[in-house]
Design a protein around this ligand. Structure first.
Ligand code: BGC
Length: 759
């Protein structure tokens, strides 16, 4: 706590302190003039500023700002530097609007492709989400503007978002839903963290002490301010106790007086209130007078928005090298998205954008002439006979047809989940019909989350543009015509069918709860283990050039879990074009100690290579890259044994692999109890060493008999007997060896002691 805050806490009255714990209006904190405490303003984002001039959320009252590609797009860039740069630009815009904190990034995990807000979120993978979120935060905060990392935690659906209880097991929370937040907190210390609306395991996030205090504050050492999502507060006093400092927006004084009352009747201590107030004050004082009435160059930022989009689009298919197109070729653009691209998602992130540049305008300004047919109505949902007729007639004559398709805003937005993966039928039909009359079809997709592609076999090329911001048209033209080379890769799996998705049976739940029965098997972790075919896998994306991988080297063949392992690999651009490759590193646990995904992303680098050029890429891996959350010891644990380091061009395109032997320095994998079995202990190298003799003794009678002798004596085969030896808990030994309960307890205590003293 700074001396200034300490002093203010001494001077503030109880009522003033309580007042500071909720907003003054929709976007501002309260000022206390007699003590010189100013009011500061926050503003929505995250992919552009949605700053309200007055109170409220009226879009007409929102300031004009530049719209950048949404999180679904920027995540596909796999580019930390790009996210940092986007953050810096947004930080500058925010500064000149007098904004103290930008309400983003939003990094919830894409549990289901149906979540209505997936367009804002980064990925199904927590490592990628954390790396990119942290880069964005570093960018914004480098401009002395705070961020609000949101929505903490598990806001993975919009259905009943205010009340649904997300039922998530401990490993899934620790390994999937929390690590992105943890990485952002530890690497970038966001000025504020916004709690989610939903409950986690029965406790609303806004009053979830485990989440906000035990994990965030005490384990991760977070020093900033926790703010409620807008209207997420239920019991304000419980919230303060759980470390929720600021309630937003305003409470009309009601919750302020509840706080006062609670202090007076002893339900809430002054220390607890001071803790909350101190975080509000520290935030306000840090971000107060540095707000300048500056200006920023919207035209420049508009151009930057296209560059970011260019780095984010993903080339999903390109048969016969149909792309890039020649400027002189005869091309038809079909579909109203060419005129009116969907640049961002609906809800709090909706930007009143500076100006739109669509693909038709962008082509024109590059001196490229294309034919155009609107093809479907402006609602994106229906067509008219004459529109379709015009499109097909023009398509027959064109050398290449670029179909502009995607999801209209009514299909995905904050506040509601999607119910299917299909695009509007009219658009799927259009693509099929165009492909029937022209062999050279390119589909450009505008969507915030995966769609099915029933026409995929019929078209040669697909470019996923996601929601690419206000200057997506420029990016599209540069990519289509080879002025830029596509270099994004999918940050999420495109499944074949909704029924294949991991959360299918439990999304969005029954209204009251959503049970995450898929546990840690989210996204590619699920599809991989189940060996399921998908439309496009996580990490996939093509380029106009080709890359070859070679010379994977590890800095050691065996390490301790306290060491850092370095993996390096050479990547060569073997094609004709300069281009960027996203090199991915996955770790695969081969120890067999715990149920784990087949592989997990633990490193990625994006590199630029001129045609013919080779570069070396190096990754550093620490214990967390190998570890899982051990629910028994409540810590990250990497069991001793073998792991594989996989270097990949996508989660399903492993180019190189190398084995590494790891030695755990953790004393115990778990506490031995009377329920523990020999099998449990043998799985673990350290524990196995401890009971080797007992194990040999237990199976001695078996080992001394031939299979035939054994089967004459016992009514089952040796393998079944071995299974019984391995799965019998210590507590059952009394029936075998005549041990008393006390004997067994002593044996268990002794094993625990020996294990504790083992190293
Ligand atoms: C959204 C937040 C947003 C806030 C303020 C809420 O409904 O969930 O992401 O920042 O509103 O607009």
């Amino acid at each position: 706590m700074t001396p200034e805050v300490k002093k203010l806490l001494n001077e503030l009255t109880l009522e003033e302190k309580a007042g500071l714990c909720s907003g003054k209006d929709f976007w501002r904190t309260k000022n206390i003039d007699r003590l010189g405490i100013p009011s500061v303003m926050v503003s929505d984002g995250p992919s552009g500023l949605r700053t309200q001039i007055e109170n409220g959320v009226d879009e007409n009252d929102s300031r004009v700002a530049v719209s950048f590609p949404s999180g679904c797009a920027t995540a596909s860039s796999f580019d930390r530097e790009l996210l940092k740069k986007e953050g810096e630009i947004l930080g500058e815009e925010a500064m000149s609007f007098g904004v103290a904190a930008l309400l983003g990034p939003a990094i919830n995990i894409k549990r289901s492709p149906l979540c209505g807000r997936n367009f804002e979120y980064f990925s199904e993978d927590p490592y990628l989400s954390g790396e990119l979120g942290s880069a964005y935060i570093n960018g914004v905060q480098s401009k002395n503007v705070g961020t609000s990392l949101k929505h903490f935690a598990a806001n993975n659906q919009e259905t009943n978002r205010f009340s649904v209880s997300e039922i998530i097991d401990e490993r899934a929370l620790r390994e999937i839903y929390l690590p992105g937040f943890e990485a952002c907190v530890k690497k970038s210390e966001p000025a504020t963290i916004m709690c989610s609306y939903n409950a986690v395991n029965g406790v609303l996030s806004s009053e979830n002490k485990w989440l906000l205090k035990d994990v965030l504050r005490d384990e991760w050492n977070y020093n900033g301010m926790v703010v409620s999502d807008w209207g997420a507060v239920n019991d304000r006093v419980l919230g303060i106790k759980a470390d929720l400092s600021l309630e937003m927006p305003f409470s009309g004084g009601m919750t302020d007086s509840e706080i006062v009352q609670a202090v007076k009747n002893g339900e809430l201590s002054m220390e607890e209130l001071d803790e909350a107030v101190s975080h509000v004050l520290e935030f306000v004082l840090k971000y107060k007078n540095i707000r300048e009435n500056g200006s920023f160059d919207m035209e420049k930022d508009h151009a930057e928005s296209a560059k970011i989009a260019e780095e984010s689009c993903v080339l999903l298919k390109n048969n016969d090298e149909l792309l890039p197109l020649k400027k002189s070729s005869s091309v038809l653009f079909a579909g109203y998205f060419a005129e009116e691209p969907r640049y961002g998602g609906g809800g709090s992130s909706k930007i009143k954008c500076y100006k739109m540049t669509n693909a038709l305008e962008a082509a024109r300004s590059e001196g490229i002439s294309v034919d155009y047919a609107q093809a479907y109505n402006k609602d994106f949902l229906t067509t008219a006979a004459e529109l379709e007729k015009e499109a097909l007639e023009k398509a027959k004559k064109a050398g290449t047809v670029v179909v502009f398709a995607g999801l209209p805003e009514s299909y995905e937005s904050e506040g509601a989940d999607r119910t299917s993966l299909e695009m509007p039928p009219v658009q799927n039909e259009l693509i099929k019909k165009v492909a029937a009359v022209n062999p050279n079809v390119v589909v450009l997709l505008h969507n915030g989350s995966p769609v099915t592609m029933p026409w995929l076999e019929n078209v040669k090329s697909v470019l996923e543009c996601y929601l690419g911001g206000e200057n997506i048209g420029t990016a599209q033209i540069r990519l289509l015509y080879g002025m830029a080379n596509p270099c994004g890769k999918l940050a999420e799996t495109f499944p074949l069918r909704l029924e294949d998705t991991p959360s299918f049976m439990n999304f969005p739940g029954n209204g009251r709860t959503a049970v995450y029965s898929e546990g840690i098997f989210v996204g590619y972790r699920w599809y991989d283990c189940r060996k399921m075919p998908v439309t496009f896998p996580f990490g996939f994306g093509l380029s106009y050039t080709k890359f070859e991988y070679s010379d994977l080297k590890l800095s050691a063949s065996s390490i301790k879990d306290s060491d850092i392992l370095e993996a390096s690999v050479n990547v060569k651009n073997t094609g004709k074009y300069d281009g960027k490759e996203i090199v991915q590193l996955y770790v695969s646990d081969k120890t067999g100690v715990e149920i784990r995904p087949e592989k997990e992303l633990k490193g990625f680098e994006k590199i630029f290579l001129k045609a013919g050029e080779t570069k070396n890429v190096t990754f550093k891996l620490d214990k967390r890259a190998f570890a899982y959350w051990n629910t028994d010891t409540k810590e990250w644990y990497a069991p001793s044994g073998e792991y594989e380091i996989l270097i990949a061009a996508s989660s399903r395109d492993i180019r190189l692999a190398a084995k590494i032997e790891l030695k755990s320095t953790s004393k115990k994998a778990f506490n031995i109890t009377t329920w523990t079995t020999m099998g449990d202990m043998l799985k673990n190298k350290e524990m196995a060493a401890l009971i080797q003799n007992d194990y040999k003794k237990a199976r001695k009678f078996m080992d001394e008999m031939t299979d035939e002798e054994f089967e004459k004596k016992f009514p089952f085969p040796k393998s079944a007997m071995l299974g019984m030896i391995l799965s019998g808990p210590f507590r059952s030994q009394h029936s075998k060896d005549g041990k008393t309960h006390d004997d067994i307890k002593k044996m268990v205590d002794d094993l625990n002691r020996r294990l504790d003293n083992a190293k």
